[in-house]
Design a protein around this ligand. Structure first.
Ligand code: GLC
Length: 872
């Protein structure tokens, strides 16, 4: 198909045109130059065969079109409205479109120059080639480039060329995608460019094969196998505003069901319903919170999509659901070519499959020879949706859309796809797979989402592939991430990039896809998963499962703790999902999203903000015992202990296998659920507010620091008890107005009070002076020992220089006591009977590794098996 190119090149390729010191046109409403026309709100210019137009849209966006072919957009949902304030005219020999946010000037050679109101040049075409493909060379590369969807590499995407072509990126040599692999499964041609802290967006709405090349520091290149390019220039000045505008164009996610934000367990290969039941029971028995179990392709009858093998009986699935689990099933697009299989037969009868010259196109997928639905056809989406509804009726709660690039398996491995030249319906405007490829999964997701939504339920759909707008219908996971440290390290920046690209509900296979994760790798991945918007452990076939208990007892325990903490914070996560549905803001966001003025965070991709208020610094390197954490300007509170750090600062935190460093920003309002009760943790600082969402509606909460305390106001539609906890009250609470049952915990340095009324103004009176940033804290120990243990029991810890501190023996088998330790830091300890000669040992008399605790109010009972002096 690419036999010859009809190309004409305009421009000499010089870096910057001669008039570069004249960024703003003097007059926007001057007479139109001869090469331009104006119709309604669109300015169109012509140079030879090429047409370039500019159309200012309401809300800080200018739509540019290169080429006159108008193709249907799969991404844009909102019918664009002209900017009523825009002026279209001339400025000497340039055609100009002016809006409050930016100006576009097009010269006689159809080169576009776009300038923000502050004078920053954001588009500066120096070379333009059109024909069977479009190639734009632009000067003035931005300082920073974020987004571009699902990508390997760091947060800032400069320095590489990125391809937009949905690809099954599995590389057998890596058991998943290779380090630095490109492209992956998703194609989202949307970038947030930042110049001197000012952000703007560039969205190129073209699902054909395309490359954004940022390798040359002086120029950006956009190269598309297309005859036209629809582009949207999106004003900021903040990243949040750019993404809000971008997601107004391409849509925002619906609020997912609450269970979708819980923990999910998957693997390829659970052989039968009984195994699923056992897994479900184990989660409940071990007290590890979880909400969903997943069915991969082994649950299908011979890989036939929309079937359930007899090994997974209805009764079995019902028992899993009775244990409080939702069930999510995979639905692959490759439909087995199999006369007698109803999905295939109805697909043929309805003309739903892609066709080639010989009839229904046949490609190889999991079932062998397979037919592929044409999701660009409305009737096909309805047909697919009917099968989705059928699964729903069988008790399948969510749908997992995989291999939807769409993948075909060529001889010899490696993902391929259906031929570019296959014709698709294009919703009544026929085109080819070359034009539809990147949007295939988007429309498959749409068909799936809409079918579930029609049943009146909130859909939960997970999709591997996608295009701009995928967030409307599906959550996204990072596909086959290998179970390696490099895979883990690349995951956080990838999730952050997806978030900036308008896709907020994202996650990775916890433990990695290829399997055999070491206990340490799994523990670290679980920590990252526990703060990922979508949290699912998954693994490939033929390797050990990656359930939290498949590693060591220590890993089981720390996984439980991490997930319990995720569930405690679910009201916060759910509120962030609501924010994403309202504004498109990511749940997990790069620090630069929140701290756009801080150059130190411009490239920081190994830390993130969970919503506006919690900074997370997961550990992604093996053998880590300490890690550096950068805290931007302002006051930060370690999440579990309230220890204070003043930013900007780079602090070194000690870590253990269980560590997930988390810091709360001053002004934070964090809703949490503890023992079924809603709690609001507040950290007074600059005045702040938060919109809490629960299924009864929205509650607006505001927090203000006062000279003699803090005030909290709560506005909601119905009354119910909320416990408000004010953090870092260092001296006794004087009193509370507007709430009941107030109390003060001097150790935790927290004041609490309970609010019942729908609308409440609560005033905490106390001296807000901080006496010491991180005062030592007393932690409680409860130690079970063998009943015949002689004498006293002691704790020796790194926190006290490994001296032996006595506990009180409250019974033959129980000793209790406390230790004063550094607040907000991990410390190691052992149980002894007063000397290391008597230190605890495991039951088999082997040395037990140091135990560890965290310097925060908490208590936990531990059990000593035996003592050194009893071992030989
Ligand atoms: C693909 C998916 C993976 C799944 C497998 C089998 O590789 O990315 O998650 O387990 O197919 O369906």
């Amino acid at each position: 198909m690419r036999a010859y190119w009809v190309i004409f090149v305009i421009g000499c390729g010089s870096a910057v045109p001669a008039d570069s010191d004249d960024p703003l046109p003097a007059r926007c409403a001057g007479p139109l130059p001869a090469f331009a026309t104006r119709e309604a709100g669109t300015l169109t210019t012509r140079c030879g065969d090429l047409e370039v137009s500019a159309r200012p849209l309401a809300g800080g966006i200018i739509q540019l079109r290169y080429g006159s072919v108008v193709e249907r957009s799969w991404a844009v949902v909102e019918a664009p409205v002209d900017d009523p304030e825009a002026t279209l005219g001339g400025d000497g020999d340039r055609a100009v479109a002016c809006t409050a946010a930016m100006t576009v000037a097009i010269d006689t050679q159809c080169r576009v120059r776009a300038t923000l109101a502050d004078g920053t040049v954001i588009v500066d075409d120096v070379e333009l080639a059109a024909g069977d493909r479009l190639r734009l060379v632009r000067a003035a590369q931005p300082d920073r480039v974020y987004g571009l969807g699902e990508r390997t590499g760091g947060l800032d995407k400069r320095g590489r060329a990125w391809t937009f072509w949905n690809t099954d990126a599995y590389d057998p040599a890596h058991g998943g995608w290779a380090p630095d692999q490109d492209p992956l499964y998703q194609s989202i041609p949307f970038a947030v460019h930042v110049n001197a802290g000012v952000a703007h967006g560039l969205f190129v709405d073209q699902p054909r094969r395309m490359v954004f090349d940022y390798t040359d520091p002086g120029r950006d290149v956009i190269d598309a196998e297309a005859r036209s390019l629809e582009q949207y220039l999106i004003a900021g000045p903040r990243m949040a505003e750019v993404v809000e505008r971008y997601t107004r164009l391409t849509g925002r996610p619906a609020l997912p069901p609450r269970w979708a934000l819980g923990f999910h367990q998957s693997r390829w290969g659970y052989p039968d319903g009984g195994t699923l039941e056992a897994i479900a029971e184990r989660f409940r028995r071990d007290g590890i919170p979880a909400d969903a179990l997943w069915l991969d392709i082994q649950h299908l009858r011979g890989f036939r999509t929309f079937t359930v093998d007899d090994a997974f009986s209805q009764a079995s699935l019902d028992r899993v659901r009775a244990l409080g689990f939702k069930v999510v099933a995979i639905a692959d697009p490759g439909i087995k070519i199999d006369p007698g299989y109803d999905v295939y037969e109805s697909g043929v009868a309805g003309g739903h499959f892609l066709r080639d010259a010989s009839g229904v196109f046949s490609g190889t997928a999991w079932p062998g020879a397979s037919a592929f639905p044409d999701f660009s056809r409305a009737a096909t989406r309805v047909w697919w949706g009917g099968h989705v509804t059928g699964l729903r009726a069988r008790g399948i709660d969510g749908i997992w859309l995989d291999v939807n690039e769409p993948t075909t398996f060529p001889e010899g491995g490696g993902g391929n796809t259906v031929p570019d030249e296959l014709v698709v319906d294009g919703d009544g405007e026929p085109t080819t797979m070359a034009a539809f490829h990147n949007a295939y999964a988007l429309e498959e997701s749409r068909a799936t989402f809409e079918a579930i939504a029609e049943t009146g339920e909130r859909p939960f759909v997970l999709s591997r592939a996608g295009y701009a707008g995928i967030q409307r219908y599906a959550a996204v996971w990072t596909g086959d991430t290998p179970s390696t440290w490099s895979g883990l390290a690349q995951t956080l920046p990838m999730l952050l990039g997806l978030g900036v690209s308008g896709v907020p509900i994202v996650g990775s296979d916890i433990g990695g896809y290829s399997g055999h994760a070491s206990p340490e790798l799994y523990a670290r991945w679980m920590a990252l998963g526990s703060i990922s918007p979508f949290a699912r452990a998954h693994v490939t076939d033929g390797v050990p499962g990656q359930e939290p208990w498949m590693f060591t007892d220590e890993v089981t325990e720390l996984s439980r703790d991490l997930l319990v903490e995720r569930y405690r914070l679910l009201p916060y996560l759910y509120s962030l999902a609501d924010e994403a549905a309202r504004t498109g803001a990511p749940i997990l966001r790069p620090l630069i999203w929140e701290f756009s003025d801080d150059p130190a965070v411009a490239e920081l991709g190994d830390q993130a903000m969970l919503g506006p208020s919690i900074l997370v610094a997961p550990i992604v390197q093996p053998g880590t015992t300490t890690r550096e954490v950068y805290l931007p300007a302002g006051r930060w509170f370690e999440l579990h202990s309230g220890a204070i750090h003043e930013g900007p600062a780079t602090i070194t935190v000690s870590t253990t296998l269980a560590a997930l460093p988390m810091f709360v920003r001053e002004g934070a309002i964090l809703p949490a659920l503890e023992a079924g009760q809603l709690v609001l943790d507040v950290y007074p600082g600059a005045p702040s507010s938060f919109t809490l969402y629960d299924d009864t509606g929205r509650t607006t909460i505001s927090l203000t620091a006062e000279a003699d305390g803090a005030s909290v106001s709560i506005a909601r539609s119905r009354p119910s008890p909320i416990q408000v906890r004010v953090h870092r009250v260092d001296t006794a609470l004087v009193g509370v107005d507007g709430a009941t049952g107030h109390a003060y915990d001097a150790d935790a340095r927290i004041a609490t009070a309970t609010v019942e009324a729908a609308n409440a103004a609560v005033r905490f009176h106390y001296d807000p002076a901080i006496t010491e940033l991180a005062p030592p804290i007393t932690v409680a120990f409860e130690v079970e020992v063998p009943a015949d243990t002689p004498g006293q029991v002691f704790i020796a810890s790194s926190a006290t220089g490994w001296t032996h501190e006595p506990l009180t023996r409250v019974s033959a088998s129980l000793a209790r006591g406390s230790l004063t330790v550094p607040r907000g830091e991990w410390f190691d300890y052992k149980v002894t009977r007063g000397s290391f000669d008597t230190v605890e040992k495991l039951a088999d008399c082997s040395e037990r590794a140091n135990r560890y605790r965290f310097g925060a109010p908490s208590s936990k009972t531990i059990t000593v098996a035996t003592w050194r002096d009893r071992c030989n």
